[in-house]
Structure formats: C-alpha cells, structure tokens
Design a protein around this ligand. Structure first.
Ligand code: 13P
Ligand code: SF4
Length: 412
C-alpha cells in the first residue's frame, strides 16, 4: 500500500501471492525492484504520507535553512557520506556508518534525530538513543538491498543447520552494520558482535577469541576481504552459505572445516566494480592509485592499491600529495564531492558508468524539507521505532562493537 512503512530491513515484504521477477527466489524480504509493473504494490513506502514540496521549488534550500534554525538544538541531523550534496549541506555531523552510530548517542538533549541515510542506520540510531529521543527517516523507501539479503527467518534456519551439525556452539555470528535490527538482535542473542567497514578486522579477531568459526552476514565480500587480507586466513578457509539452497548449498564437512561462513549477500553498488575497471583505469591514467571500499569483490580489492571504509577513503585523499591521481571505487555522490573538494588532485570514479546508491538517493531536499517543517509544526513523521526486545539484543551486539578498542582499518 502506498505510504505503508517498509518491513524491518527497509524494503517491503512481498505480498502473499505476488509474482516475483524471473530468477528471484521467493523469500520474505525479496527485493522488489521499483517500477516493475509485475507487482503493482512494489512501490510501497515510496509515497510520502504528506504534502511533499515540489522538487522545482526554488525556495527549498531557504525553507530547509529556516526549518533547521527553528528546530535549533531540539534536532540533530546526521548525514551519511553517500547522501546527495543538497542534503549533506544540512547535516550537523557527516560520517560513515561507524561514526554515525557513535554520534547518534552523542546528543542526548536532541528530541529529534533526523537520519539522512538508510533504514538500517536509522534503526541503529533508535537503538542507541534514549527512549525520549525520536528518530526520523525522511523517506521510508531509503532501504538497503544488501540488508534485505538476510532475513531473520533465513538466518535462524542457517543457525539450525549449524546446530544440527553440532557446530552452533563453536560458531560466533558477526553481523555487518548493514543489516536489519532483527539480524543485529539475533547476533546479540547468540553471543556475537556487529562490525562496520571501519572495524571488521577487530570484530573478527574478537569473535575468533570466542569461537572456532564465524558466521559473517550479510556481505560476503567484506567478510572474505577482511578474513583473507587482514587476518591472514586463506580463501579455502571460507565457504559461502546460500540461503536459497537447502542446507545453504554446502555440506556439513565444508561447514565444519570452514573458519568463515560467508552469507551470500552483497552491495549492489560496490559489487558492480570489476577487475576490468581497475585494468582499464590503469591503462588510461598512468600512475593512478586505485582506492576502493571493502564491499568490493575480492579480485577488485586485491588489484587495488588501498582499501578501506568511506572514512579511510576521505582521509587518504586528504593526505594525498597535490598532482597525484586517484580512481575511487565507492558511491558516486562521495567521489564527486571529493573530486570537487580536492581540485589539486585528479580524482575519478573507478567505473565508467554512473553508480549512485539509489536508496541513499531517496533522501532528497523535498523529503528533508517536509520532515523538518513537519517537526517545526509539531508533527512527527516517518518515525523509526525498533521494538523493545529486538532493541535490547541488538544493543547488546552494538555495544560489543562500540567497546572494541579503536576503529582503524585497512591495507594501503
Ligand atoms: P561505511 O559507511 O561503513 O563505509 O559503509 C558503506 C555503506 O555501504 C553504507 O551503506
Ligand atoms: Fe546498501 Fe550498498 Fe547502498 Fe550501502 S551503498 S546502502 S550497502 S546498497
């Protein structure tokens, strides 16, 4: 239904009997691509349940400024680095998902936390803020296709497979921040921790001090890249668990022998970069440095010069000498902003084709203005609330992560 909030994880659940696009295995949270006319209800959450200002309104930026000023310290606006320029301009703090998780708890006096990012980040903000604070996501359609690749029922089934094989007690779940609150709660309940791309190595070391193997979800690439390139495990130590196949498509012997059980999920933005992109840019720009995010595929990361979280990418480019050349493999809003901020360096996008995160881009100036003006008028809109039990266990897992020493990355 238009205007109906999405299911936990950001994307709407498939309605009973809905026909899925060919090649998409049915799951409770199968991603329904926007605009597919095979499922007319697939754009739930896209309609704004209010009067959205016209995108062409020339007064939009002024309206946002006025509403922001009127709210003062009552509001705290957080902006992920992948947000559009028009939105990031209004963020009190910008950051990657780790920094934003820390910052969410940093302003207990703010009544409203307006989260310019995606659904799983707003859920984490709700979990980490006090009960009196209310978290707003300006567009409920800002989900994350990666987070939707691990539904709670699928993960519970996988845990059952491990339990039947006698392996659950010696396996520690590590969930990437890019997962629903329900998955974070599962992780907390089962003795695991959360990680972000800034601290995945530390989270994995923490887990290996407590168990023989890790169930890493939902991003197979971050899991594999961190295990092999930072912890020194081998590719043979990793197996991929496919939730759409019986038993995950792997044998009990493979699960028993594995150090890393990688959930078969990926980021639809970072997963696009290829080794060909790296070879191509090296041929086009002599001496170019290739800098990528660890959600990229293993062959891309190993062909790159440096890999790390969005904060690492920003710091690396800030510290780079004038005149140096960089091809960056991460979301295009951030790469374009960095290219503008450093005109003394050549900064190009690693792929030749456009690669925005379509769900991050759902938060635009009209939605931000609508959310801020509604708050000024005393109307709470698009509030993100995680239920008490889920929030409790997700917080246990998040706090294990926040207690890890430091938040450093990476190679390079
Ligand atoms: P970080 O913010 O942890 O670098 O993650 C990137 C991302 O894909 C967020 O959705
Ligand atoms: Fe999800 Fe990838 Fe977009 Fe991040 S960039 S929100 S992981 S789809």
């Amino acid at each position: 239904m238009p205007g109906q909030p999405p299911a936990p994880g950001g994307a709407p659940a498939a309605p009973a009997g809905a026909e899925l696009p060919l090649g998409v295995a049915p799951s409770p949270l199968a991603l329904l691509l926007l605009g597919r006319d095979r499922d007319l209800a697939s754009e739930r959450g896209v309609d704004c349940p209010g009067d959205l200002p016209a995108a062409s309104d020339p007064a939009l930026a002024d309206r946002a400024r006025r509403a922001r000023a009127a709210l003062g310290d009552r509001a705290f606006v957080l902006g992920h680095h992948y947000q559009r320029d028009e939105v990031i301009e209004f963020a009190d703090v910008t950051g990657d998902s780790f920094k934003l998780a820390q910052q969410a708890a940093a302003r207990p006096e703010a009544e409203y936390v307006v989260f310019c990012g995606v659904h799983f980040m707003a859920e984490s903000a709700d979990i980490l803020t006090s009960p009196s604070q209310q978290v707003v996501l300006p567009d409920l359609a800002a989900g994350c296709s990666m987070a939707d690749m691990a539904a709670l029922g699928q993960v519970e089934d996988a845990w059952e497979v491990l339990a039947e094989a006698g392996l659950a007690d010696s396996t520690v779940p590590v969930a990437y921040m890019n997962s629903s609150a329900a998955i974070k709660a599962f992780t907390g309940r089962n003795g695991g921790t959360i990680c972000t791309s800034s601290n995945a190595d530390r989270s994995l070391r923490w887990a290996f001090e407590r168990g023989e193997r890790v169930l890493f979800l939902p991003d197979q690439h971050l899991g594999r890249n961190t295990a092999v390139l930072q912890l020194g495990l081998s590719l043979e130590d990793c197996v991929v668990y496919n939730p759409h196949k019986p038993g995950g498509g792997v044998t009990v012997e493979q699960l028993r022998a594995a150090k890393m059980i990688l959930w078969r999920g990926h980021c639809s933005v970072h997963g696009r970069f290829s080794k060909d992109n790296v070879d191509d840019v090296r041929a086009r720009i002599p001496g170019v440095n290739v800098l990528v995010h660890p959600e990229c595929r293993f062959d891309v990361v190993t062909a790159a010069d440096s890999v790390g979280s969005t904060e690492h990418i920003i710091r690396t480019l800030e510290a780079a000498p004038a005149g140096s050349s960089w091809a960056v493999g991460t979301e295009l809003n951030l790469v374009s902003r960095l290219a503008k901020a450093h005109p003394d360096k050549q900064i190009v996008f690693l792929d030749k084709t456009v690669c925005y995160c379509s769900t991050m881009n759902r938060i635009d100036l009209p939605h931000l203005v609508w959310a801020l003006e509604s708050l000024v008028e005393g109307r709470m809109v698009n509030r993100i609330v995680v239920d008490g039990d889920t929030a409790h266990w997700a917080k246990v897992a998040l706090e294990r992560m926040l207690a890890l020493p430091g938040s450093g990355t990476t190679r390079g």
